[in-house]
Design a protein around this ligand. Sequence first.
Ligand code: SAH
Ligand code: SF4
Ligand code: F3S
Length: 473
Amino acid sequence: MYDNNPTIDGIKSIDESQQGSVFFKESPTPGLRRFYIESYGCQMNFSDSEIVASILGDIGYAPTRNMEESDLILINTCSIREKAEETVRKRLRVFEAYKKQKPGTVVGVLGCMAERLKKQWLEEEKLVDLVVGPDAYRDLPNLLGGAEEGNRMVNVLLSREETYSEIAPVRLDTNGITAFISIMRGCDNMCSFCVVPFTRGRERSREPFSIVAEATDLYTKGYREVTLLGQNVDSYKWDNPETGEHVDFADLLRMVAEIHPDLRVRFSTSHPKDMTDKVLHTMAAHENICKYIHLPVQSGNSRILEMMNRTYDADWYRNRMEAIRRIMPDCAVSSDIITGFCSETEEEHQDTLAMMEYAQYSMSYMFAYSERPGTLAARKYPDDIPEDIKKKRLNEVIRLQNAISQIQNKADIGKTFKVLIEGDSRKSDQDFCGRNTQNKMVVFAKKGDLKPGDYVTVTIRDATSATLLGDIV
Ligand code: SAH
Ligand code: SF4
Ligand code: F3S
């Protein structure tokens, strides 16, 4: 659901990896109003920023990546861990300095931290003019109007229906090849550690035809890969009010996959309790549905999983892994792992390491438990694992994951993959990079008139824990 770069040397969590992603679209035009937006957190937030850009575009605001030329500064925030919130507070200090130089600037806080802290923002942060929760972006023109008249405006109403279904996102920071499509919002699970149900509200699925239309539009514009986004995509469900037809996630996957064989389909995040064999069979039946599943385990120990309220145990998780291996032997699986959850013993931590060995994840996002105010765990269980033990366990998890990734990637040497070219590699404009179906990044020398968006066949020559290196066949 977030930045897909595998971890190399440490915790590449969502808050660190996507710091300050900004964007721009065109060069400045005098007289035009401009907004500058930074997005933090998961891909849902980045996707929401594209909805915000669309709504602002309708009232004459153009995006800029240059804070110095903006009249409106927005920060789309994340509350998932304390560190994510600290990052946002630090950025506000930078905006504060800017606003001192340009006093008319409107500063708005969007997203999960806006929802969590609500009006508290106005007391805590004098520079904040706008506080807008994830379901209130349609109200932005009105809120902005109020702010421009010198009022401080707040809308943090959550909705049971809002999916921004018909709003065409303005693609920001895009490579023109891969894009994210939000298929649902909110979350109805109550994982005891997690703030998302409080910041994003109830789960609701977006009407499928608008999803297919958005993916088709992307394909005709030259995009070659879409990632369907939701906190728990496997519980996607939509009933046609006219025909009574029921569309589940497997049906939706098929509908998107059938747009064109050259349009790859990915999705994130899968919840182990809801991932069905029907989804796996649908993946297996379509070459363009990528053979990669992000299936966060969180912990390998059943007592901890129960306290986390994940509603599956370690055996259930292994059963799902076996189903994946049976139906798609070449499918890669990645995970999220939390170390040092309330009362976790050393033996229980060892169960997580054992699960990692068993699952052979291609990569993982790994975190030390961070207590979030208002969550079930914060109310029920003391946060009693000392910080140094959490970190020690986290380091063990990271070390093991790096070793597994390394072995997995070395095993790919000599294999040949179909790769979608995304653009120049980070290190050299003589090389392209792109992903194989398992979501592994492949780097290879440019050849002929190949360009981003083309598929190439690459044989792997070498590998690190993060990247495969190869040559076009
Ligand atoms: N919906 C996704 C996860 C969204 S949050 C799912 O259910 O898998 C992304 C990840 O952040 C979680 O999977 C979890 O590993 C981590 N996370 C969430 N709350 C956390 C907390 N309080 N402390 C540490 N990590 C947390
Ligand atoms: Fe949070 Fe659990 Fe929902 Fe994921 S499924 S967003 S971890 S409550
Ligand atoms: Fe963060 Fe909200 Fe996503 S808390 S992880 S931005 S849903």
